[in-house]
Design a protein around this ligand. Sequence first.
Ligand code: HEM
Length: 712
Amino acid sequence: MVIIPLLLLLLLPVFLLFFIPKWRRNKGIRHPPGPPGLPFIGNLHQLDNSDFQRYLWRLSKKYGPIMSLRLGFVPALVISSAKMAKEVLKTNDLAFCSRPALFGQQKLSYNGLDVALSPYNDYWREMRKICTLHLFSSRRVQSARWIRQDEVSQMIKNISQLAGSSELTDLSETLMILTCTIVCRVAFGKKYDGEGHESRRFYKLFHECQAVMASFYVSDHFPLMGWFDKLTGINKGIRHPPGPPGLPFIGNLHQLDNSDFQRYLWRLSKKYGPIMSLRLGFVPALVISSAKMAKEVLKTNDLAFCSRPALFGQQKLSYNGLDVALSPYNDYWREMRKICTLHLFSSRRVQSARWIRQDEVSQMIKNISQLAGSSELTDLSETLMILTCTIVCRVAFGKKYDGEGHESRRFYKLFHECQAVMASFYVSDHFPLMGWFDKLTGMCARLERNFEDMDVFYQELIDEHRNPDRPESMQDDFIDILLQLEKDGLSSIHLTSNHIKALLMNILLGGTDTSASTVVWTMVELVKHPIVMKKAQEEVRKLIGNRAKVDEDDLQNLPYLKAVIMEGLRLHPPVPLLIPRETIDRCVIEGYEIKPKTLVYVNAWAIGRDPESWENPEEYVPERFLDSSIDYKGQDFQLIPFGGGRRGCPGIVMGTTTVELVLSNLLYSFDWELPEGMKIEDIDTAPMPGIVVHKKNALCLLARVHKDHEAE
Ligand code: HEM
C-alpha cells in the first residue's frame, strides 16, 4: 500500500520544483492571498522585523485584510480590518478561539494549565470562570483600590524628589516597577521594589521568563526539529516514549505497509513497551498496548486524548467533520453526540427497531435453509454483511438494498468504494505540503468522485423523506428524526442537509461491518472449537424448545452465548486500533511527554492478548467470562472493543443486540460443518487490512438444518 508512494517520494525534489506552483494555481479552493514564501521556511524570515505590526500592515495593503503566511510548516493568518476582525472575534469566534501549543509557552504554563495559553476546551472554560468570578470581578478590582492609590502616591513622591533635584525621570522603568508592584501586592501580598537581594532575584527571574516565553523555538514551526532547540541550549532534556528508529524523512511510514498492522504493532510493543512512539512522515504518533496505559488515555487523560485527526479522506467524506465520529473534540461535537445518544441510539430507539432485526434475521435463516437443503455452502462473510447492511438501511433510511436489481448494485458499489477511499493512504496526511502527490496518483479525483456519488445518494434519500406521501417504512426512521430536528430547530446546531448526510455516513460505515465482522470472527472460533459450539447450541436450544426462532426477549437468558461473543471480541475486536485519536493538549504519561496533535492508536487487539491481563491469552475460552465481572462497556480496560471515555462507541447497544440475535439464531437453526475435505487446522484467521478488520478469506461453511427443525 505504502511502498509505491515511498518510491515516488524519492523523486520529491524534482516534483517540488515543478508541481507545487502548478498545484497552487490549479487547486480550485481559494486560500487567502499572501506574500510568496521561500521553500521550506515559507515566510519565517519575514518575522525577523523590528516593527512587525507595521510590516504586516504594509503587506496587508498589498494582499488584503485577510492575508495568509506560512511559518515553516505552520499556516498563519493575519487580520487587518474591523470587518475581518468581526468575522474572527464574533461571527466565527468558536472556530478561532483556541491557542496554539507553542513550545516555550506550554512549558511555562505547566502545559496549558493556565487560562491565557490553554487550548479552548472544558478545562479552559472552568479556569476562565474561576478567574472572572473570583479574581477579576468588579468587587475584587474595587477591593484593591487602596493598594493602587498607595503605590501611585509613592511613585508621585519619588518623582517629586527627582524633580526637586532636577533629575530626569525614567518613565519606562518607573511605570514598569509601579505596575509590577501593584500586581505583586494584589496577587502575592508582597512587593519587590527595593534594592535588596529579593528584588534583584525577582526582576531577574521575571525578565528571563518574559524573554524565554517570547523566544523563537524552531520546533514550533518544524515539528521534527526539536533537536535544534536542544542544540541551541534553549530546551533541556525531555523524555519521549521509546519507539523503533525511523528512516530519514518518512520516519516509520514504511512499517504501516503491513497486512496485519495490529499484530505488527503488538510485536514492536513487546520490544519498546506499552507506550511507544512512531513518526509517520511529519506526524508524531503514539501506540498504546496495555490495559494500564489504555486507562491513562481513555480515562485519566481522556480530555487531552479525545480529539480526532483531520485526515484527508475522512474529512472529505464527513463534510469536513460535520459528523460525530470524525469531528474534532469541541462544542459542535458535544451537541452532535447528544443528538445521536438521545435521538438515534437510545435504548428506546434500539427497542423500537427490534421488528426490523427479527424480520431480517428470519429472512436470512430462510435463505440459509434453502442452501442447506441443496447442500450448498453458505458464504457467511457475504450473508452477514448483507444482513447488517439491510438492518441498518431499514432503521436509518427506511429502505433495503438486498435484491439483485440496479438499486442494490449501485448501493453496494458506492458503499464499498466509500469504505475503500476512507481507509486509503493519502500522502498529504503525513507530509502537509505534498497534497499535489495525491492529485498526481489520482487519489483526490477518486475521493472526489465517491464523495459526489455519496452526496447524490444521501440527497435522494433526504428528498424522498421530505415527501409527505413517503412510504410507511420511512416514517420515524433516522432520516425522519433528523429532518424533524431540523424543522423544530431545538438543538443549538442549525441542522442542514450536510449535517444529516455526515451522520448518515457514520451510521452506514460505523453500524454495518462492525457487527458483521464480530459475528464472522466468533463463528470462526466456534468452528475451530466444536465443544464450545455444541455448548452454545445446547444453551440456546434448551431455552427456545420447539419455538421457530430466538427473539430478542430471549437474549437476556443466554449467558454462555454472551460469553462466546465477549471472547470473540477479545481475540478479534473488529476495530483493532479503535478510531485514531489526536491529542489536544501536551500531557505527561508515565513520565513521558506527549505533544499536542499526536496521532494515537490504542491497540485493543494487543490489549486483548496481553498476558498481564489474561490467563492463556491466545486460547479461545468463553468460560473465563462466566464468573467474571469484566464487561466490554469501556470500564474494564483489558477489554475495549468499543473503545471508552468520551469518544467510546455510542452504538454499543444497537451493535451487541444485533450480534446476539444473529448468532443465537445461526446456532439455534443449524449445525455447522466445514466444507468437504477441509480440516479445522485449515481455517485461517488472516485479516484484511482496514479500519474495520474482516477475515481476509470469506468464511464458507455447510449449514445443516438442525434435526428438531427439519419438520418445519
Ligand atoms: C459490534 C459492533 C460495533 C463495534 C465493535 C464498534 C466499535 C467502535 C469503536 C472501537 C469506536 C471508537 C471508539 C473510541 O475511539 O474510543 C466506535 C465509535 C463509534 N461507533 Fe461504533 N461499534 C459498533 C457498532 C456501532 C453501531 C451499530 C453504530 C451506529 C449505528 C456505531 C456508531 C459509532 C459512532 C458514531 C462512533 C464515533 C463516536 C465518537 O467519535 O464520538 N457503532 N465504535
